[in-house]
Design a protein around this ligand. Structure first.
Ligand SMILES: Cc1cc2nc3c(=O)[nH]c(=O)nc-3n(C[C@H](O)[C@H](O)[C@H](O)COP(=O)(O)O)c2cc1C
Length: 198
């Protein structure tokens, strides 16, 4: 499969960057081809502006959005890597989703959010988080992001195979972080095929 890894972190030495790299190594071990979209390094502008609205109206999105859509078009699987910020996506990923997965390209109706315009793909969220998993469960954060991201976002994206892996304790000991990196590698190695169209 062709795998697109979308990394959102300004620091190449960050844990999130290591997670993206280990996931990619796992995917390559399984025989997949990996393309990295390093949003900060590439200078992606996450701000949704009048140019995006005019792009929706005319059917011709801004050039930078078209470039991202071309990358998505060739991908069979997409993996998002970003640190959990305020129990949600950091602004860069949020803006990439807002601008690139646009009305008329990703979806064009609201009655059935599972009816995407896009072909079936595999989607994975790999999300380092400072909090413990029991804290996230108890407060309902885990359930909230599952609903928003797996059902809300991946549903509209048309992803058939969906996975959310929160890497809790990302600021913990070296041993803890190594174990989380191993999980990222295994997630890449175990990537599932989205299957063909219905
Ligand atoms: C602005 C900001 C907001 C954060 N919000 C959360 C949060 O809501 N929940 C959480 O578990 N960790 C939160 N964290 C901790 C990050 O998730 C953690 O620092 C990150 O996973 C570490 O990975 P990194 O080295 O790649 O940045 C936050 C960190 C920052 C800087």
């Amino acid at each position: 499969m062709q795998v697109l890894v979308v990394l959102d972190h300004p620091d190449p030495r960050a844990f999130s960057a290591a997670v993206a790299s280990r996931f990619s190594a796992g995917a390559e071990t399984a025989g997949h081809r990996v393309e990295l979209a390093d949003l900060h390094a590439e200078g992606f502008d996450p701000r949704w502006t009048l140019a995006d609205i005019e792009g929706d109206r005319s059917g011709v999105p801004p050039a930078d959005v078209q470039r991202e859509q071309t990358r998505i078009a060739r991908a069979d699987a997409i993996c998002f890597v970003f640190p959990l910020f305020w129990w949600g996506m950091p602004a860069m990923t949020k803006g990439w989703v807002d601008r690139v997965w646009s009305w008329g390209w990703a979806y064009d109706q609201l009655e059935d959010p599972e009816l995407s315009l896009q072909r079936p793909r595999t989607g994975v969220f790999l999300v380092p988080a400072g909090a413990r998993s029991d804290e996230m469960e108890e407060c309902g954060y885990q359930q909230a992001i599952e609903t928003q991201w797996l059902k809300g976002a991946f549903g509209y994206f048309g992803f058939r195979t969906r996975e959310l892996l929160v890497l809790n304790g990302s600021k913990g000991s070296k041993k803890r972080r190594e174990a989380l990196l191993d999980r990222a590698f295994e997630a890449g190695k175990a990537l599932k095929d989205p299957g063909g169209p219905d």
